[in-house]
Ligand binder design. Sequence first.
Ligand SMILES: *Cc1c(COP(=O)(O)O)cnc(C)c1O
Length: 398
Amino acid sequence: MNTDMTNKFKGRFGSFGGQYIAETLMPAMSEVENAFNIAWNEKSFHEELSFYLKEFVGRPSPLFYAERLTERLAGAKIYLKREDLNHTGAHKINNTMGQALLARRMNKTRLIAETGAGQHGVATATAAAIFGFTCDVFMGEEDMKRQEENVKRMYMLGAKIIPVHSGTKTLKDAMNEAMREWIATSQDTFYVIGSAAGPHPYPMIVREFQKIIGEETKQQIMEKENRLPDSVIACVGGGSNAIGIFTPFIQLKSVKLIGVEAAGLGINTDQHAASITGGKVGILHGSKTYLLQTEDGQICNAHSISAGLDYPGVGPEHSWLHDENRVQYVSITDEEAVNAFMELTRFQGIIPALESSHAIAHTMKIAPSLPNDHIIIVNVSGRGDKDMQSVNQYLGKK
Ligand SMILES: *Cc1c(COP(=O)(O)O)cnc(C)c1O
C-alpha cells in the first residue's frame, strides 16, 4: 500500500495511528469521518442504534459473578462480562450494527468487509441481511479452508465471499484487497472494518461503537458491588473488545487495565501474534502501530490457536496506551489458553471463545495471589462453539 503521509496529524494517539493511505482513498475516508461525526451528535442516531442493540443483539449483556472459578482460584473475586451472549456469539456485532446504520444514513447500498476467522464476516453479513444491503466479504483462501463453518454461515446469510489469493492468503491480505476494492466502488459501497485498527477514522469509530461494553460494565459493577473494579482484563487481537471495555475506565486511575495478546507457541518463537509485547513500531493498513515484522520491514505471519487473535498488528490506541503505561500488555500461549478454555467450561458451564480464553488464562494466573476483596472483570468477548474442532485437535495432538 502507498504510504503517502496524507493528513499527517489526523487521528493520532500520541505518535500512533494516522492515515498512511493512498491519495485516492482520502475522499472515501473523509466521507465516512464526516458522516460519523454528524450521526454521533444526533439523538436520533443513538436512539436507532440503542433500539437494534437491545432488540436484535440482546444488550445489555450480563455481568456475571463467576462463583466457582473464584472459589477454585481462592483469591480475587471474578466477574465475567458476557459478550458471548450477543446475537452471533461475540462483541463484533456491536460494531457492524453501528457501521451498517451509518452506511444506511449515507445512502450506501453495499457493504464490504475483510475477515480472518470469519466472525466479523458473519457479523457484517448479519447486519447486511437485517438492513437489506448487498454484501461482499474478502477472505484469504487459507482462512476459507480453516473456517469452513463461518464461510457457510455467510453464504446462508446472503453474502458473497471473495477469495483472496495474494500474499499469505490470510487476514492482512484480505484487508488489502478490501481497501483496493473500496477505492473503486466507494460511491455506493461502505467498508465495514472489523477491529479498532486501520487508518483514521476507523480506530475511533470502532472504539465508539464498542465502548458500550465498558459503559454497561461500569454501571453493572456499581449496582452489584457499589464500587469500581480493581482490574479489567481483555484479550487483544486488533483490539476492539479490549478498547470497548477499557474506554470508560481509562480516566479512572485506580482501575488496572490489562490487555492479553496471543503468545502462540511462545513469545520467543516466530509463532505468535503478540504485536505489542513481541513486535516493533511500523506501518500496517494505513496506521502507525506496533506490529510483527522482519528486520527489513516485511510483515510477519502471525500465529495463534485462536483465529481471531491471528493478526500481525494492533489498533493504534493500544500502542499509545502501552507507551503511556496506562494499560499493561501481557501474553498467553496456546497451551495456557486451551487450559483456561477447559477450566471455564468445566467449572463455570461457559464455553468461551479461544480468543477470550487468553483473558481468562491471565486471570487464572494472577487471581490466586490477590486478596479476596480485589475485583477482576474479564471480558468474555465471544462463545466457543466455533472452536470445538481447534480444541479437540489440540488436545488430540497432546
Ligand atoms: C475477533 C475476535 C476477537 C479479536 O478481535 P478484537 O478486535 O481484538 O476484539 C476477540 N474475541 C472474539 C470472540 C472475536 O471474535
